[in-house]
Design a protein around this ligand. Structure first.
Ligand SMILES: Cc1ncc(COP(=O)(O)O)c(C=O)c1O
Length: 378
């Protein structure tokens, strides 16, 4: 019997509603670059790009690109890297490659439910462990302990997390590693927001090298501001990468030839560092504007400041559900945010603030306008 299908609630919300909206605060990345901006920043020779033959690319990914990515993960070889169509495909391949009959997967909530959605759609059990807002979105250690058993195949972490922007503390990282070690589970670490730190320039440490059954997912979409390339990667033990490569041939054959060429240049220094500092700059100034604007209605909003990422998971104290708040914002103010209910947490919305300041202030004035109207009626 096939498992019932679960739609990906966050992505469905985005794909149905975000196009054409005037103030879009629903995306999770920073304001993306244009192709021209990338070409200028990375000093790309367009003549060389223009002579790229639009053939099928190397299926597991261009060798020089895999070599560059491997160098970010000490001890990894190019054979330990698979280039995918975004982190999205990497997450799907992980679920398809690793899971066997009766396995369960432990995931945290709230988080980006892409791996867990694939797991459920493949007919496997997902066990949820809460992240606790009062503790700055730290892991509920007791829940983690009781969720993990000898059928746990994967413990899934998104670090830094979406939608909270939380970076796992050393204590929480150790909890995850010891829980995985106890039962021999894999740690799948989705690290797409590493490099987007808001506080300081120290990059969020990878799970790579911390545990031998770690699989790392990453992409060009967030820290590099290039989601339109649709280019991601999976790093893991070579044998696992070969098995995923077999699934990748079914899923997409390969990522795009042009995207591999552009990613190769974007990940070469100094372009890579420049892209990351651009993202951090947008994230820092954007959050300051958000915090200032959310303070206009005293007591209406509260947020655990994100340590990384463009996103804030804002708690609101208003007599309205998160779905209704988001839909009124869209219909009445042409502003899009994601309701917390899409992450399984009521009374919140996810807001992305790493955008251009005039756009941010314009949309936040409208959000404050609706907030005033709701407060007046209550
Ligand atoms: C945690 C996380 N993983 C993966 C993705 C998908 O990324 P990509 O654009 O690389 O497919 C997202 C997008 O929002 C995300 O937040």
């Amino acid at each position: 019997m096939t498992a019932p299908f679960h739609a990906f609630k966050v992505e469905q919300f985005l794909s149905e509603l975000e196009h054409g909206v005037r103030f879009n605060f629903s995306e999770s990345g920073v304001h993306p670059l244009t192709l021209k901006e990338l070409v200028d920043l990375a000093e790309i020779d367009m003549n060389k790009i223009m002579s790229t033959r639009l053939d099928y690319p190397q299926v597991n990914g261009k060798e020089s690109l895999r070599r560059a990515i491997a160098s970010f993960y000490p001890g990894a070889t190019p054979e330990a890297v698979l280039i995918t169509v975004g982190a999205t495909e990497a997450n799907t391949l992980v679920a398809n490659t690793l899971l066997r009959d009766r396995d369960n997967v432990v995931c945290f909530r709230p988080t980006y439910e892409q791996l867990s959605g694939n797991v459920r759609n493949n007919g496997h059990e997902v066990r949820w462990v809460n992240l606790v807002e009062e503790d700055g979105w730290a892991i509920d250690a007791n829940m983690l302990h009781s969720a993990v058993d000898d059928r746990t195949r994967i413990i899934h972490v998104v670090n830094p997390n979406n939608p909270t922007g939380r970076v796992l503390s050393a204590h929480d990282r150790a909890l995850v590693v010891s829980a995985a070690e106890r039962v021999g589970a894999w740690i799948v670490a989705d690290e797409v927001y590493a490099g987007t730190e808001r506080e300081g320039d120290v990059e969020t440490a990878s799970f790579w090298g911390e545990y031998d059954r770690a699989l790392i997912v990453n992409s060009m979409s967030k820290a590099y501001g290039l989601p339109g390339l649709r280019l991601g990667w999976l790093v893991g033990p070579e044998e696992f990468i070969t098995s995923s490569w077999r699934r990748h041939e079914y899923a997409s054959i390969a990522a795009s030839m042009l995207s591999m060429e552009l990613a190769d240049r974007a990940l070469a220094e100094p372009a890579r560092s420049k892209l990351k500092s651009r993202a951090r700059q947008l994230i820092r100034t954007g959050f300051d504007v958000l915090a200032e604007e959310l303070g206009r209605h005293e007591g209406a909003f509260d947020v655990v400041p994100p340590q990384a990422s463009a996103m804030s998971f804002v708690r609101f104290n208003l007599p309205i559900s998160s779905d209704d708040f988001a839909m009124r914002l869209l219909r009445e103010k042409d502003v899009l945010v994601i309701p917390g209910a899409r992450f399984g947490v009521e009374g919140h919305f996810r807001f992305s603030s790493a955008l251009l300041e005039n756009q941010l202030r314009g949309g936040l004035a409208r959000l404050n306008g609706l907030t005033g109207e709701i407060l007046q009626k209550s």
